[in-house]
Design a protein around this ligand. Structure first.
Ligand code: TRH
Length: 376
């Protein structure tokens, strides 16, 4: 380890595979390194469309634009522009850096700190792999694996320094809430209704859940931003018999407004990586539709998160939540205990608030990256 060094700038490379998560995580990290750690940040993205969905002020028809202190660049997959490497180079999710850029990095003195930002997992092995070095097979460069995670030995979770304060201020401010519903063109939820937000993949058994909630003891208001679940919800609505369920279709919201939706609901159904973390920071019960992987490797990841999330809870609550999450992810063919899950929400809330507060004591991912890059 070198002693703490000055860090002049940073660049993040991100290849969008599908969906929004890769761009979402890279964008949050870029904004935070620029805004909170005062680093000039370049963000290279091979596809600007997901970013423009998350932040509508972003343009998709330009090679270079500046927004929120970040220099956003289109990353052409053919010839990479000759650009001096930054002092900190982050490859998001194992993406391959352009060969010409790697060669420039190798010629730079001192060479850049080079991190591979890995996918999030709550599994125990993460702690042993976090910050492991991996020398380049040919060039005099070392890449370090940087693992986000839920423990002190991991790289932590993305969280802006004022996120929880902004959340609490929003919840205490009826005018801000009214302005939010108006801005997204949505009537405020009926008073007294249980509020759920629903975001997920096409395989989630939404129609089965809605059929159960139609028989709930009170009204259940379900906000469904654009995703495959929105189509499933509409198909169910068209079939009639909605009982106590009130469906509210929403457009795909900006990241800014999606946070406000999560903060406004009693429980949030999320998916992938980034919306999961935002739902945890909402401090309310959540259900995770994990991104499916080959050979069901996602099942172990889902259970690892459940183990951490439910560690301090009663066995009956653990059984209900675990059972519901497994059925929601179609990990087994069991019946979806949708009404038991609904009845367990007050107990889940107490626990989720405490878990959120505990996790917020951890140093956040951007801060850990900035510190590590100054030390390596
Ligand atoms: O879009 P995703 O399914 O992304 C996934 C995962 O990240 C997965 O781990 C990765 O391997 C795969 O992509 C390739 O889910 P995720 O990560 O939750 O990203 C969704 C983003 O969209 C998140 O930042 C929240 C945001 N969002 C909005 O801004 N507005 C909305 O209305 C909704 C529903 C989401």
């Amino acid at each position: 380890m070198r002693t703490a060094a000055r860090l002049s700038d940073c660049e993040i490379f991100c290849t969008v595979i599908d969906n929004y998560g890769d761009a979402a995580v890279s964008w949050r990290l870029a904004r935070q390194l620029a805004g909170e750690h005062h680093l000039p940040v370049r963000l290279w993205l091979n596809d600007l469309r997901p970013l423009a969905a998350l932040e509508p002020a972003i343009r998709i028809d330009t090679l270079r634009q500046q927004f929120a202190g970040v220099d956003i660049r289109f990353w052409p997959q053919t010839e990479f522009p000759d650009t001096p490497p930054a002092a900190l180079v982050i490859a998001a999710f194992g993406c391959q850096l352009p060969e010409t850029h790697l060669e420039r990095m190798a010629r730079q003195q001192p060479p850049p700190r080079w991190l591979n930002l890995e996918y999030l997992s709550a599994e125990a092995w993460v702690d042993d792999c976090h910050t492991l070095p991996s020398p380049h097979p040919r060039l005099p460069l070392v890449q370090y694996f940087f693992f986000p995670g839920f423990t002190e030995r991991s790289g932590g979770l993305l969280r802006e320094h004022d996120l929880l304060a902004r959340r609490d201020a929003f919840r205490a401010d009826p005018a801000a809430q009214t302005a939010f519903w108006q801005r997204i063109n949505c009537p405020p939820p009926p008073s007294g209704a249980l509020r759920l937000s629903l975001f997920g993949y096409a395989h989630a058994p939404l129609a089965r859940a809605l059929a159960h909630w139609a028989r709930a003891p009170g009204p259940v208001w379900c906000a469904v931003p654009d995703s495959p679940l929105a189509d499933a919800a509409e198909a169910w609505l068209a079939a009639g018999n909605t009982g106590n369920v009130h469906l509210q279709r929403l457009p795909f919201l900006s990241q800014h407004d999606y946070d406000r939706l999560l903060w406004s609901c009693d429980a949030n159904f999320v998916r992938g990586e980034d919306s999961l973390i935002r739902a945890i920071w909402a401090g309310r019960p959540l259900v995770w539709n994990i991104y499916p992987q080959d050979q069901d490797t996602h099942a172990a990841k889902l259970d690892a998160l459940l183990d951490r999330m439910l560690a301090q809870t009663e066995p009956t609550l653990q059984t209900t939540v675990r059972h519901f999450w497994h059925a929601w992810n179609r990990l087994d063919d069991d019946e979806l205990p949708a009404l038991d899950w609904l009845a367990s929400l007050p107990a889940q809330l107490t626990h989720l608030q405490a878990w959120c507060a505990t996790l917020a004591n951890q140093e956040d991912l951007a801060t850990q990256i900035a510190k590590f890059a100054r030390m390596v």
